[in-house]
Design a protein around this ligand. Structure first.
Ligand code: FES
Length: 151
């Protein structure tokens, strides 16, 4: 039986760690809430931009915040763009869907495991890519809170 943790002679991981699920591929090819064009034209309440020190990729996330019934400070829209890889694109696409309709605190609590579950799995060595979107979202939420802090 093959051991998918084994390192091949060429130094790469061998086995099923290479495999992207159909859902990851679908989100990579058709990313949800992806910001096309000029971000300065997108009306937003806050934004965050972060870089991933592991690979040098960057992510910009912009959010709109409003009210949903009794819930205050709900994320009503999310837009993002990145220089990131396929995993970063697919996981941020998933994150952007998961974040809409949640309060700021609920959105901050979206875990990498929840994103991975939403996508039906991610290769383990691409786990750090899913963190990029979450950090950008956290940065955007922090930006929103700074702008709306009571003085
Ligand atoms: Fe940079 Fe995936 S390798 S975000």
């Amino acid at each position: 039986m093959a051991n998918n943790k084994k390192t091949a002679a060429n130094g790469f991981l061998a086995g099923t760690d290479w495999v992207y699920t159909d859902l990851v591929k679908e989100h990579f090819l058709n990313p949800r809430n992806f910001l096309m064009g000029d971000e300065t034209k997108y009306p937003h309440d806050a934004e965050g931009i972060v870089g991933n020190p592991i690979c040098g990729d960057q992510m910009l996330m912009m959010i709109r915040v409003g009210k949903d019934g009794e819930k205050q400070e709900v994320i009503t829209d999310v837009k993002w763009k990145t220089y990131g890889c396929a995993s970063a694109i697919a996981s941020t696409s998933a994150l952007s869907e998961l974040a809409k309709g949640r309060t700021l605190d609920e959105a901050l609590n979206i875990s990498a495991e929840e994103i991975e579950e939403y996508l039906g799995g991610l290769p383990k060595h691409k786990f750090h890519c899913s963190v990029l979107g979450h950090e950008a979202l956290a940065s955007a939420i922090s930006d929103y809170r700074k702008k709306h802090a009571t003085k």
